[in-house]
Design a protein. Structure first.
Length: 290
């Protein structure tokens, strides 16, 4: 599982936008006492891993390798090659590591290919997708989570602002990553999975499928039997947020028993992001990053 559930919808149309940061700063954005930036030290990455443990294991009942469970950290080999986007609440007293309330893990294509590939490739056959776009640079979004008390519009906006600024800074052309439904029975999400399959499939040059040995059917209901309103309400908020941005969903779901989730692959070409979101977050990466 690469992208975790957030409790509120992604909605950039709020009254208070993230404040632009001077180009000579290393912070992507601020709202009040909250700020988003990349982790600067191994201690901050360790703290982000502790936040992930609290969400994935204590809340979502994931089962990690014994050493990770002993250390109470969600950690794997990809942490060493990824950049770690953080949201911090500077109003929290204590060390900076105590202020981390949300995180994303970011992996650029050039880094992934130099280190054995993308995390999502274990579940989804992304090689044909990459091969069809040799002129494009892809970025994988993963391990997204926010502490329960901070699942608000402001925190989600800051995470997206950080992702957008990072993608523009590094010249990324498309984003992708796993998004998760709770539980390991796809049939329990028949309405939502069928709705995604019928309405926002990744097709043509953006087509991608689950690995054949892991493939689970998403087309569990005929399109004429789907109530759109009920289907939308049954989607995890993070997936609805991706859809608003213009994302597509790959073919087939994958059951991740370790993380107790059913995963789908989200594919989001930068060119598909609607202008109202680009205008909101800013078309120039210089607004957010140095």
């Amino acid at each position: 599982m690469a992208l975790e559930l957030l409790n509120r919808d992604v909605n950039p149309e709020t009254n208070q936008a993230p404040a632009p940061i001077p180009v000579n700063g290393d912070v992507f954005g601020r709202i009040g006492s909250l700020e988003t930036r990349l982790a600067r030290t191994p201690r901050e990455i360790d703290a982000a891993q502790a936040v992930r443990y609290r969400v994935f294991v204590e809340e979502m009942q994931a089962t990690l390798p014994p050493e990770a469970m002993r250390r109470r950290r969600d950690v794997d080999a990809y942490d060493a090659i990824c950049d770690h986007l953080l949201v911090l609440d500077n109003a929290i007293e204590g060390d900076v590591e105590d202020q981390i309330v949300g995180t994303y893990r970011l992996l650029r294509q050039e880094v992934a290919l130099a280190n054995g590939g993308f995390y999502s490739a274990a579940e989804f056959d992304i090689e044909p997708l990459l091969a069809r776009h040799p002129d494009k640079q892809f970025m994988e979004l993963g391990r997204s989570c926010v502490l329960p008390d901070y699942r608000t519009k402001r925190v989600v906006e800051l995470l997206w602002q950080g992702n957008w600024a990072y993608a523009l800074r590094h010249g990324m052309n498309a984003l992708f990553g796993c998004a998760s439904f709770p539980g390991v029975l796809p049939e329990e999400h028949a309405l939502a999975l069928s709705f995604l399959h019928h309405t926002v499939p990744a097709v043509g040059e953006w087509a991608v499928s689950a690995q054949p040995e892991l493939y689970r059917q998403m087309d569990l209901m005929p399109i004429e039997g789907i109530n759109t309103r009920k289907a939308l309400s049954s989607l995890p908020p993070l997936i609805k947020g991706y859809m608003r941005l213009g994302a597509m969903i790959g073919d087939g779901a994958v059951v991740d028993h370790a993380f107790n989730t059913t995963d789908v692959l989200v594919v989001l070409p930068i060119a598909a992001i609607s202008n109202r979101y680009i205008n909101y977050y800013g078309a120039d990466a210089g607004r957010f990053s140095s």
